[in-house]
Design a protein around this ligand. Structure first.
Ligand code: 13P
Ligand code: SF4
Length: 369
């Protein structure tokens, strides 16, 4: 009889990878509708000018740093001091001395700022609805049970987790440094079982990263979790766009459903690294600065195309899946960014003991470039 595998379960890597298509990796939490004002076209020119003017005024008056993730609505990105991927934003927030750190992203990223902040700082989030389906898959009790069963095991948790998970992890990683963190942990603990969580697609990437440095994946365990947006960016969609645009380079996020196909093509030499890259959202911008290709197939949310087209206005961007949008990231709008600054809401506070424990794996992650 086949074993019943549920989302959030932890399995040896080989079994987890084989089970991907047999487990419901859909969102374990309700996905909210995207507010109409997340599209700047639905906000009048006058209102936008007023909101931008007020945001600038409040920023100066209250000594605020505004950070925005690459998936945020365009007008939110335009109002930010810095945009970037999760690792980049965590570093900028940690290094800032501003009195107020407001980050338009998803709440696990605001939590990182709340852990790393200096005593005089306040951390705000424009919307408390900015959750994450991937982080919601990570079940702390299953991680505790795995640790009990593997007393010498090491836990590598992806940044898309909440503090309860981070607090019992040995190290965190983001997509920008996932390969380096996995290699680092494998070399530092050559005998220990390793658990990578919560994304099974990134887990596949972790397994391949170990194989590439001649390490067995026998000691690797993965959690059956996924992002409901990236899971639906499939190999079929990427291959269809490649067939339509043979001169286009592909950039794909490692959370995507297409990750195994992309890595297999690369490993077998069927596609060159010049024509296909697995990157963090910010890493995609760096690739754009180097590639001579004029057309880019984008395997991540379509909102990432806005900062990409600013970095490379001469290029044509083709979404692998034009439906791919993160409704959680788009809960932040120019309006609630303004309201947040005006009313100093929503302050993100963290349990001091959890923060003390979570700070260690977060600092380890931030130390690995
Ligand atoms: P990045 O670290 O690449 O920005 O990814 C975060 C994320 O949530 C992607 O879905
Ligand atoms: Fe989470 Fe997916 Fe949104 Fe990223 S895109 S924040 S992983 S739900």
């Amino acid at each position: 009889m086949n074993k019943l595998v549920l989302p959030g379960d932890i399995l040896p890597a080989r079994e987890a990878i084989e089970m991907i298509s047999g487990v419901d990796l859909g969102p374990p939490i309700e996905v909210p509708p995207i507010p109409t004002c997340a599209n700047p076209a639905n906000v009048s020119f006058d209102e936008r000018a007023l909101l931008n003017g007020e945001i600038k005024r409040l920023k100066k008056e209250k000594n605020v740093l505004i950070l925005a993730h690459n998936y945020e609505p365009p007008d939110v990105q335009d109002a930010a001091d810095f945009i970037g991927d999760s690792l980049h934003l965590a570093k900028i927030g940690r290094d800032s001395d501003a009195d107020v750190l407001i980050e338009a992203s998803v709440l696990f990223m605001n939590e990182i700022l709340a852990v790393m902040k200096k005593p005089h700082q306040k951390v705000l989030a424009p919307s408390l609805k900015a959750l994450c389906s991937l982080a919601a898959h990570a079940d702390v009790n299953k991680v505790k049970a795995w640790k009990e069963a593997h007393p010498d095991g090491k836990v590598i948790s992806y940044v898309n987790t909440y503090l309860d998970i981070k607090a019992i992890s040995d190290i965190c990683c983001a997509s920008a440094n996932a390969a380096k963190v996995i290699r680092y942990m494998a070399e530092l603990y050559p005998e220990s079982p390793l658990l990578f969580l919560p994304d099974v697609f990134l887990g596949y990437y972790a397994a391949k990263t170990l194989e590439k440095v001649g390490q067995t994946t026998d000691r690797l365990y993965l959690m059956m979790g996924a992002c409901h947006v990236h899971e639906k960016i499939t190999a079929h969609q990427v291959m269809r766009q490649r067939a339509l645009h043979p001169d286009a380079a592909v950039v794909a996020h490692m959370e995507c459903g297409c990750v195994s196909k992309c890595m297999t093509l690369l490993d077998q030499g069927l596609v060159t690294e010049e024509m296909m890259q697995l990157r963090s959202t910010w890493g995609m911008m760096e690739f754009l600065k180097k590639t001579p290709q004029k057309k880019i197939i984008v395997a991540t949310t379509v909102t990432n195309i806005y900062p990409m087209s600013k970095v490379a206005p001469d290029k044509e961007f083709i979404p692998a899946n034009p439906e791919a949008r993160c409704a959680f990231m788009e809960q932040n709008t120019l309006r609630n960014l303004y309201e947040s600054l005006r009313d100093m809401k929503h302050e993100i506070t963290v349990d001091p003991e959890l923060a003390r424990q979570a700070r260690i794996p977060i600092e380890r992650m931030l130390a690995i470039q």
